[in-house]
Design a protein around this ligand. Structure first.
Ligand code: PFF
Length: 478
């Protein structure tokens, strides 16, 4: 294996545990808490969950290893690490184009991610005020927003969407917080945030799941999440959604894991850490389902609300639950923590690239990227109100009804991330020097190396290609 000197000034995590925590922090986010339950809810529950787990085990985890090894080998930004590996493998540096596609995709994701995280901030504001109100009234264990009717509680979301000002404000605060953490650096910002926020997140998640198990309809939730309907599972749309979700949830395709891998030490066993990160992320998604669906079912609401599940269905459920005000606040704080440790990884990719390329200070690069992400995110803010009628990609099949926000989400999650993941699999499986790659996996000499080689060289590219093709053009097989 050729070992590279780290690029001058390249930061490192202070320990292996810090790397795992930061990578789990990147993986666990709105994808697990907002997108997974929403996708599972509209795609038939158990059918989706089954396909999702297969996508993670057979495609996501092997790719996670491929990404972290490109970064750890290169010890540089995603683009420079991919270029270096291509050069050392006597391949064209044009392969680094995959890192460029990924970097752009992730920057676009960050622009709407910050808008959604802004909604979370808004709900923290309203439920925080609600908790103060219930405490003052001497009823700390009241349901959420007990002074409002259920219709009024559900009405909060449309009211928020109708207010560009409100959404702009919270989007701004979240974008600024993300920028602040990244500007403080890898160790002093990202690692510190992960070390404080992730453990708190886990404690809150477990507490809320126990609460949901006791006060909610746990049996209905388990039946919904774990009874697969096989006919439904094999529908191309379900396959495509599950794969897109696996990429999004594991932070794959865009290079976040390449970027974080670049700060990992040589003695980190990447095969092992990839397994831990994938398992932790999937565990959190399923536990999140077990926290959310019992609450939703217990008050007779349906699971298929889609993206409004967390912001409309759940507050309506907390309305009629014991201690709903307190639990609702705790829930949205938990979501915020998860979102922040993910958004910093999204911003880190481009920040590391520009710092390295133009030798400008991290604080300046992060601030400029933060400001522009705020501005581009405004397109998503306006797509819910002023530009609600815009259908920017109406000419593409499947995007006929997509507004700007849906278009950003759909193009990145369903097309660009899988595409960049497909190229990564081909690059690592076929193009890159085999000895060099194998030496970075931490699997050399063991039985898992040939399994991983098969998955990355054959299954990942073929499955991702087919799912992309049929997901985008379902008429091809119907
Ligand atoms: N994995 C994050 C989540 O589940 O919310 C989202 C994400 C972070 C996607 C970083 C892509 C990425 F590079």
């Amino acid at each position: 294996m050729v070992a590279n000197a780290a690029a001058a000034g390249q930061p490192h995590w202070s320990s292996k545990a810090a790397f795992v925590l930061a990578a789990v922090g990147s993986a666990v986010g709105l994808g697990n808490l907002w997108r997974f339950p929403s996708e599972a809810g509209v795609n038939g529950g158990g059918a989706f969950v089954l396909i999702y787990i297969l996508c993670v085990a057979l495609i996501g985890a092997p790719l996670l290893l491929a990404e972290t090894l490109i970064g750890r080998h290169g010890q540089r930004s995603t683009v420079a690490s991919a270029t270096l590996m291509a050069r050392q493998s006597n391949a064209s540096p044009a392969w680094a184009g995959l890192a460029v596609i990924g970097m752009i995709a992730n920057y676009v994701i960050l622009t709407f991610y910050s808008v959604v995280a802004g909604w979370v901030l808004y709900y923290i504001g309203t439920s925080g005020a609600d908790v103060v109100r219930t405490i003052m009234a001497g009823q700390p264990f009241a349901g959420a927003y007990s002074h409002l009717s259920v219709e009024e509680v559900r009405g909060q979301m449309p009211a928020l969407f109708a207010s560009p000002l409100q959404m702009t404000l919270t989007h701004f605060v979240f974008a600024a917080a993300t920028t602040f953490v990244v500007a403080r650096g890898v160790k002093g910002g990202i690692e510190v945030a992960a070390t404080w926020l992730m453990p708190t997140f886990f404690v809150l998640l477990v507490a809320i799941t126990i609460y949901a198990g006791i006060s909610g309809d746990f049996t209905a939730a388990v039946a919904f999440l774990f009874t697969p309907d096989f006919e439904r599972a094999l529908q191309p749309q379900v396959l495509n959604s599950a794969l897109g979700q696996a990429f999004f949830s594991l932070s794959l395709g865009g290079g976040a894991m390449v970027a974080y891998g670049a700060y990992a030490s040589r003695d980190t066993n990447l095969g092992q850490t990839s397994g831990i990160i994938s398992a932790a992320d999937t565990g959190v998604a399923i536990i999140a389902g077990l926290a959310i669906f019992p609450i939703v079912f217990s008050v007779g609401l349906t699971p298929d609300a889609g993206p409004t599940l967390m912001f409309q269905t759940l507050p309506a459920a907390f309305h009629s639950m014991p201690a709903g005000a307190l639990v609702g606040l705790a829930f949205f704080v938990l979501v915020l923590f998860a979102a922040l440790t993910s958004s910093v990884s999204l911003l880190e990719i481009s920040t590391a690239y520009f710092v390295e390329r133009f030798k400008i200070s991290r604080a300046v690069v992060a601030s400029l990227l933060g400001a522009s992400l705020f501005l581009i995110g405004m397109v998503s803010v306006l797509s819910f109100n002023v530009w609600a009628d815009h259908r920017p990609l109406a000419f593409l099949p499947g995007f006929e009804n997509a507004n700007w926000f849906d278009a950003f989400d759909g193009v990145t999650g369903k097309i660009l991330l899988p595409l960049s993941g497909l190229i990564t699999a081909v690059f690592v499986g076929w193009i890159a020097d085999r000895k060099l790659v194998d030496g970075e996996t931490g699997l050399a000499g063991g039985p898992l190396l040939p399994v991983w080689r098969f998955l990355i060289a054959w299954l990942c590219p073929i499955a991702v290609f087919l799912i992309l093709l049929f997901g985008l053009f379902p008429q091809l097989i119907s």
